[in-house]
Design a protein around this ligand. Structure first.
Ligand code: ADP
Length: 206
């Protein structure tokens, strides 16, 4: 079964994590941030060391490692009854992060919508990342140089992921609006999707 999924899309600092966490509290949605999976790894483990090596330079962890880890994690969540793919929509933050990952996940994800948190003002994004680095102790945003590299990687590697999906699935939301305004725009997208899933489930019971 392919997981019905929504991609939260946007540059580092665009607010995907904040929105994702809130959406994850709504019944029927399961939020998953790939960066959080990586950060939960034991830094002494081989995977943990690899993550540190790449993230510390502002680079993406290689696709093979990322996809294997992500698939294991999500299967695990299914097995321990945290994620129920037949009734929940997966809200993905941070994956797929390049075209290669989008290809590798083609058979696993049924992407129904892409919410693109877009920001025209680069300096605002950098400011957010600097603040977050201090608040959350994020080593990968600790220097302006790494921040700059992460934004470059986003432009070069992540943005082209948008072209892997039909344009009518992409919804643009201005990320510099207030947090609650962004949430309200996002919720507008979620309502019909959730209602459709409920209808389909009811029909499948007949
Ligand atoms: P942000 O929220 O700022 O976009 P994340 O927490 O999503 O950052 O990611 C932090 C770091 O974790 C990335 O810079 C990268 O090194 C690694 N990472 C996260 N997701 C992926 C992914 N899908 N593929 C490769 N690396 C990833």
């Amino acid at each position: 079964m392919r997981y019905k999924s929504i991609l939260l899309f946007g540059a580092p600092g665009s607010g995907k994590g904040t929105q994702g966490k809130i959406i994850g509290t709504i019944p029927g949605f399961y939020h998953n941030a790939t960066g959080d999976i990586f950060r939960s790894l034991d830094l002494q483990s081989e995977m943990g060391r690899k993550f540190w090596e790449y993230a510390g330079r502002g680079q993406l962890v290689p696709d093979e490692i990322t996809i294997t880890l992500w698939k294991q994690y999500i299967k695990g969540m299914e097995m321990v009854n945290q994620f129920h793919p037949e009734s929940e929509i997966l809200v993905l933050d941070g994956i797929p992060r390049n075209v290669g990952q989008a290809q590798l996940l083609k058979d696993t994800l049924d992407v129904v919508k892409i919410i693109h948190l877009a920001c025209g003002d680069l300096s605002k994004m950098v400011e957010r990342l600097r603040r977050r680095a201090l608040k959350e102790n994020r080593f990968d945003d600790a220097s302006d140089e790494v921040i700059r590299r992460r934004l470059e990687v986003y432009e070069r590697e992540t943005k082209p992921v948008l072209d892997c999906y039909p344009a009518d699935k992409v919804v643009l939301v201005e990320s510099t609006l207030s947090q609650i305004r962004v949430l309200s725009e996002v919720v507008k997208v979620l309502v019909p999707l959730k209602e459709q899933i409920d209808v389909d489930r009811e029909l499948s019971k007949l």
